[in-house]
Write a protein that binds this ligand. Structure first.
Ligand code: COA
Length: 367
C-alpha cells in the first residue's frame, strides 16, 4: 500500500489589510476588545478582482513548484471552500482549467472550517487505495463577500486567503498517518449562511433580510470548539498509535486565540507547540490551517520526522483532525516549472471553447 506524503505547499493572501481600528470606524467596537476576546489584530480582504479561484490558483502554483510537479501530472483536485465562486460549476474546475491540470478530476468540498482536514484525508485515502498518485488539495475563501460589515458579532472575525498542499504517493513510510472526521447537524443553526441556496433562493426579500450574510451564535460555537479540538486530536493520535507526548506541532484552525489556548490546556501541551497566526489573518475558515502550516514550514519549524496534528472545527457542525509524519518534497533531479503551464492552460482553454462553439454551429445545422 502506498503512503500519502505532503510534498508541496503554497499560500496566497490578498495584500489589503483591514485592522481592528479600521473596523472600529464601521461598528461600535475597539482594537482592545477584539484583541482581548479573539487575539485578532488584522485580516486580509480580497480586492474586487480577486476571487476564490484567483487565490486558489496562486496558492496551487506555489505548491506545485515546491513539489516539483507538473499540473498535467495531477489526478485529483479538491477545493475546500464555504465561499465557492458559484453554486456550480465547482471552483475546483475553474482551478483545473487555469493551471492546466489536463487529466485531473476536480470537485468542491464543503465542510466549512474543517474542510481542509476532510479534503486532505479524502486525497490521502484515494492515494492509499492505489487509485491515484498525485492530488492537489486547496482551502480558499473570500469570506469578506459574505460578511455583514454592520454586524459587530461577526465582522471582526473573518478574513480572506488560500492555502494548498500537494499530496503524493510514495513507498517511503510516513506522510499522512491517520484522520478523524466528525459532524453534528443538530448544531447547524449555530453558524449559517442561509441565502442563495435551494431553500432560500436569492430574492429581494432574502437580500433585505440579510440572509446572504454569515450569521453566528458566537458563544455556542465557542463552547463547541473548545470541546472538540482536544478530543479530535486525541482520537486521531490514537488511530496513528501515538500519544500527545509524541506531538511536535499542532496546526489548529485559526478562529480565536482563546479557543487554541483552551485546547492546549486540555491536551496538556505547551502553547509553543501550536502554530498561531490568527493575529495577522483572522479566521480564514478552511484556508487557515494550510496558511498557518505554510508559514511554519517557511520559518523552518517543521523538521523531517516531526509528528504534526492538523485540527479544525466549523459550521455544520463539523470537526476533524489529521496526523502526519513530516517528510517534505520527494527528492528528484528533474525541474518542472508549473507557472509556465498557465500560458499553455489559457491557450488550451481558448481552443477548447472555440471548438465547442464550432461544434455547436455544425450540430445546429444537423438538427
Ligand atoms: C464572537 C466572540 C468573540 C464573542 O465573544 P464573547 O466573549 O462570547 O462576547 P459576547 O457575545 O458574550 O458579548 C459580550 C458583550 O460584548 C458585546 N460585543 C459583542 N461583539 C462586540 C464587539 N465586536 N465589540 C465590542 N463589544 C462587543 C456584546 O454585545 C456583549 O455586550 P453585553 O454584555 O452588554 O450584552 C466569541 O464568542 C467567539 O469567538 N466565538 C467563537 C466564534 C468562532 O470562532 N466562529 C467561527 C468558527 S469556525
Amino acid at each position: 500500500m502506498p503512503y500519502a506524503h505532503i510534498t508541496g505547499w503554497g499560500i496566497s493572501v490578498p495584500e489589503p489589510v483591514l485592522t481592528n481600528d479600521d473596523i472600529a470606524k464601521m461598528v461600535e467596537t475597539s482594537d482592545e476588545w477584539i484583541r482581548d476576546r479573539t487575539g485578532i489584530r488584522e485580516r486580509r480582504i480580497a480586492r474586487e478582482d480577486q476571487f476564490t479561484s484567483t487565490l486558489a490558483v496562486e496558492a496551487s502554483i506555489k505548491a506545485l513548484e515546491v513539489a516539483n510537479l507538473a499540473p498535467t501530472e495531477l489526478d485529483l483536485i479538491i477545493v475546500s471552500s464555504s465561499t465557492p465562486e458559484y453554486i456550480f460549476p465547482a471552483t475546483a474546475c475553474i482551478v483545473q482549467d487555469q493551471i492546466g491540470a489536463t487529466k485531473a478530476g476536480a470537485f468542491d468540498l464543503l465542510a466549512a472550517c474543517s474542510g481542509f482536514v476532510f479534503a486532505a484525508n479524502m486525497a490521502a485515502q484515494s492515494i492509499r487505495s492505489g487509485s491515484i498518485k498525485n492530488a492537489l488539495v486547496i482551502g480558499s475563501e473570500t469570506l469578506s463577500r459574505f460578511t455583514n460589515w454592520k454586524d459587530r458579532n461577526t465582522c471582526i472575525l473573518f478574513g480572506d486567503g488560500a492555502g494548498a498542499f500537494v499530496i503524493q504517493a510514495s513507498d517511503q513510510p510516513g506522510g499522512i498517518l491517520s484522520a478523524v472526521m466528525r459532524s453534528d447537524g443538530s448544531g447547524a443553526d449555530s453558524l449559517t449562511l442561509l441565502g442563495g441556496g435551494a431553500r432560500h433562493p436569492a430574492t429581494e426579500a432574502t437580500v433585505h433580510e440579510g440572509k446572504h450574510y454569515i450569521q453566528m451564535d458566537g458563544k455556542a460555537v465557542f463552547r463547541f470548539a473548545t470541546r472538540v479540538m482536544g478530543s479530535a486530536t486525541k482520537e486521531a493520535l490514537e488511530l496513528a498509535g501515538l500519544t500527545t507526548t509524541d506531538v511536535d506541532w499542532v496546526i489548529p484552525h485559526q478562529a480565536n486565540y482563546r479557543i487554541i489556548e483552551t485546547a492546549a490546556k486540555y491536551l496538556k501541551l505547551p502553547l509553543e507547540k501550536f502554530v498561531i497566526n490568527v493575529d495577522r489573518y483572522g479566521n480564514t475558515s478552511t484556508a487557515s490551517i494550510p496558511i498557518a502550516a505554510v508559514e511554519a514550514i517557511e520559518k523552518g519549524n517543521l523538521k523531517s520526522g516531526d509528528k504534526v496534528v492538523f485540527v479544525g472545527f466549523g459550521a455544520g457542525l463539523t470537526w476533524g483532525a489529521l496526523v502526519a509524519e513530516w517528510t517534505g518534497p520527494i527528492p528528484t533531479k528533474r525541474h518542472v516549472y508549473p507557472k509556465q503551464y498557465r500560458l499553455f492552460a489559457r491557450l488550451r482553454s481558448l481552443v477548447r471553447r472555440a471548438l465547442r462553439f464550432i461544434e455547436g454551429l455544425f450540430s445546429r445545422r444537423e438538427l
